[in-house]
Design a protein around this ligand. Structure first.
Ligand SMILES: Cc1ncc(COP(=O)(O)O)c(C=O)c1O
Length: 340
């Protein structure tokens, strides 16, 4: 389907390429009949579904308007005038925005040369007024990860007064990444907040289902700043159906990650530098002018995200979309080589 931009292949927003599962669509259709009724004043039932699914007490769960909404609530719960937030640059667009909304000084730390967080440099930015340190794992826009050992090394260095927001929006695509279960992580590190979403691996970006798992006092504080009726009946019906369809969700994830590796191999064969990605997107390093690639992709109806002078972020789509990406890069490669 064509987007407002006119592109045929929508690969600019790290979305899931497939429409929602039939069981989720059926659940949503069933819930529509009850839209004259309010959802829960406080989304306790909804949080209970997440708690059962993730094997944590409901008191450790915060739900909201996508994981971005939960993250903003977290900012509102702890940031006061004069506080700061440390994050990487580049990172998911919402975090610099949230610093502005919540009135935090944003301390943006450039990524290291391996397209991963520069954890040492981030730790140096942390002080007594740091309320949140944002670590996306895997990272957006580069798709890179760091090990649990690296992470715990970092956690050991930073004061417990700073919450470490471990944004795991893409973690379901990182099947080989190993870490203790979330309840054990939270028990060991009470300043850790794990953020997850059904937007990416479950393909429900428009339904806005996100959640955080944190130590009870942290979770409670976030719930206290949340708007009543924060989660609606469609979200609840969609959530229930989605978490009971894990096998189909996993099958789709396997398809996407296989396509991701095929696409990466083709781009590497064209001489591109593409760090290994454990997400549903790839980061093509592009320190110079990418006019030829932009022109070819546009001609082929492919929308991707350009970070001028840094890189190109490409969501993994269906096979024909990925073929179009390969075609665009191949044509641009030929044009640039012919000009040399
Ligand atoms: C790292 C990261 N966190 C959070 C989000 C937002 O996800 P949600 O749709 O749950 O708000 C995104 C979306 O692109 C993301 O890349």
């Amino acid at each position: 389907m064509a987007a407002a931009s006119g592109a045929r292949h929508l690969l600019a927003q790290n979305e899931h390429p497939y429409p929602p599962l039939p069981s989720v669509l059926a659940a949503l259709a069933g819930a529509v009949a009850d839209l004259n009724r309010y959802p829960d004043f406080r989304p306790e039932r909804f949080a209970g579904i997440i708690a059962d699914w993730q094997g944590v007490p409901a008191g450790q769960v915060v739900v909201g308007h996508g994981s971005a909404g939960v993250a903003l609530d977290l900012f509102h719960s702890v940031v006061r005038a004069g506080d700061n937030v440390v994050h990487s640059d580049p990172c998911f667009d919402a975090y610099p925005l949230f610093c502005g909304i919540a009135g935090a000084e944003a301390r943006a730390v450039p990524l290291g040369p391996d397209a991963r967080h520069d954890l040492a440099a981030m730790a140096r930015q942390v002080d007594a007024r740091t309320r949140i340190i944002v670590l996306c794992n895997p990272h957006n826009p580069t798709g890179t990860v760091y090990s649990w050992a690296e992470l715990t090394g970092f956690l050991r260095q930073v004061p417990a007064t700073a919450l470490v927001l471990l944004d795991e929006a893409y973690i379901d695509f990182a099947r080989d990444w190993r870490a203790p279960d979330v309840p054990d992580r939270i028990a060991a590190w009470p300043n850790l907040v794990v953020l997850r979403t059904l937007s990416k691996s479950h393909g429900l970006a428009a339904l806005r289902i996100g959640y955080a798992i944190a130590a009870e006092p942290v979770a409670r504080r976030v719930r206290e700043v949340q708007v009543p009726y924060a989660v609606n009946r469609l979200q609840e019906a969609g959530l229930l159906a989605a978490v009971t369809a894990q096998e189909e969700v996993d099958r789709r994830i396997a398809e996407i990650t296989a396509e991701r590796e095929r696409l990466r191999d083709e781009l590497l064969a064209l001489g591109r530098s593409v760090p290994p990605s454990l997400t549903n997107f790839l980061w093509v390093e592009a320190p110079g002018d990418e006019g030829a690639v932009a022109a070819e992709l546009e001609r082929l109806g492919v929308a991707v995200r350009f970070y001028p002078g840094r890189g190109i972020r490409i969501a993994v789509g269906e096979k024909d979309a990925n073929d179009a990406v390969i075609e665009g890069f191949t044509r641009a490669h030929r044009t640039v080589t012919a000009l040399r």
